[in-house]
Design a protein around this ligand. Sequence first.
Ligand code: ADP
Ligand code: MG
Length: 221
Amino acid sequence: AEEVLVRSEKMSVAGQLAAGIAHEIRNPLTSIKGFLQLLQAGVNRKEEYFKIMIDEIEKMEKITTELLFISKPLTDHKGREAISEMVYDIVSLLSPEAKLKNIDIIVDPSIHETIYCDKSQIKQVLINIVKNAIEAMDEAGQITIYIENTEYHTELCVCDEGPGVPEEIIHKLGEPFFTTKQNGTGLGIMITKRILEAHHGSLIIERNATKGSTFKLLFPK
Ligand code: ADP
Ligand code: MG
């Protein structure tokens, strides 16, 4: 498997974000304005236009919700936490969504490691990564969550059976608003990287030899 270390680009993030926000909010606004003008002119495809406008508004709603999370200072409530507890919490949260697609989330029962972290931040990271894994798979399959121990790191791994991240875009993951999804915000991995950096950790993305990808969350020992 080939490895790509997702580097932080702290200096440019604020600028990228501002440009991204302007773009991501202006497009839906322009579209909503256009449809309102059509409705004002008295067209008869009202239902269709209302639906499009609601979709656009929901997109802006999602983006602003995620941005609010980013703007929150990372207040620290760090302590030594059991990884398995955080993993089981988010798995029970996401299992219904996974079941709908016939995806099983399998957690290695031997996970016993602890990490020094803010529990709610790491749960947010896990939600982002496992949600992406579910969204990447359009057929039934498995997501496996396990630990790899190296000399300096505890690596929390999330392995999926989706198509894998295409080579050409792997370096773009984590750029604000970079998404390949119709309804994506492109903020999940950026938030993930930000939280991991606040834990002196990092994110590694691997393409699996067979199928799918593995997202590894590295924490110092
Ligand atoms: P979003 O999920 O809103 O698109 P993210 O920042 O969470 O934003 O992810 C950015 C992009 O990274 C996704 O649009 C997708 O192209 C890619 N990606 C993330 N996780 C996976 C995965 N498990 N398999 C394949 N591609 C992925
Ligand atoms: Mg996502």
